[in-house]
Design a binder for this molecule. Structure first.
Ligand SMILES: NC(=O)c1ccc[n+]([C@@H]2O[C@H](COP(=O)([O-])OP(=O)(O)OC[C@H]3O[C@@H](n4cnc5c(N)ncnc54)[C@H](OP(=O)(O)O)[C@@H]3O)[C@@H](O)[C@H]2O)c1
Length: 179
């Protein structure tokens, strides 16, 4: 149990973790098309895996089905309105609030909202932090990350990477925190 207010005032089985969005988005905020990603960036996949390892990952049913298997080494929580939807090794949630409650029950220090567009739109309203890999290209997508409102969010860290033989686009790992 975490030290601090949550351990003092909340029932012992309810734990408030940090809520973070993690996403890769183009300059125009495109994140996907036809239920697929728009790029293959191995360093971003490594960053995603390292950052989320061991933690709860919350996603919409369409994002789950685009991967179609649980992410190993993480608590997979899938949000759907379908009462009978299920998948092996997946925790099913009826909405974002239910997903965050179930994520809290894992007692992990951070919960990651991992997409897609519909879930990011809901999640950005309540998140504490955004890890965004900004892909430096304007791309044709059908799904978008919400614009980051700089009145509400501050850029805390940014690291730039150039095109190389494994990465067709330049990209930046950025961390934004709620003001
Ligand atoms: N670039 C990135 O970092 C990244 C990350 C993740 C995903 N993506 C891309 O994003 C796209 C998928 O995003 P998407 O917006 O189409 O779908 P999504 O957000 O993954 O999932 C949408 C589904 O979630 C469920 N849902 C949403 N809001 C709900 C609520 N309030 N209560 C209960 N259920 C709710 C519904 O499932 P039911 O229809 O089953 O009820 C809905 O159809 C794909 O192209 C994927 O590749 C990109």
């Amino acid at each position: 149990m975490q030290e601090g207010l949550s351990s003092v005032f909340l029932p012992f089985n309810f734990y408030i973790s940090m809520i973070s969005l993690i996403v890769a988005a183009a300059e125009n905020n495109a994140i996907g098309k036809n239920n697929q990603l728009l790029w293959h960036l191995p360093n971003d996949l490594k960053f995603f895996k390292n950052t989320t390892w061991g933690m709860p990952v919350v996603m919409g049913r369409k994002t789950y089905e685009s991967v179609n298997k649980p992410l190993p080494g993480r608590f997979n929580i899938v949000i759907t309105r379908q009462a009978d939807w299920k998948a092996e090794e997946v925790i099913v949630a009826t909405d974002l609030t239910d997903a965050l409650k179930k994520a809290g029950e894992t007692n992990c220090k951070e919960t990651f909202i991992i997409g897609g567009g519909e879930i990011y739109k809901q999640g950005i309203e309540i998140a504490d932090k955004i890890y965004i890999t900004r892909v430096h290209a304007v791309l044709d997508g059908d799904t978008f990350f919400p614009a980051i409102d700089e009145a509400k969010w501050a850029l805390a860290a940014s690291q730039d990477f150039a095109v190389d033989d494994k990465h067709a686009f330049a990209y930046s790992f950025q961390t934004w925190v709620k003001k």
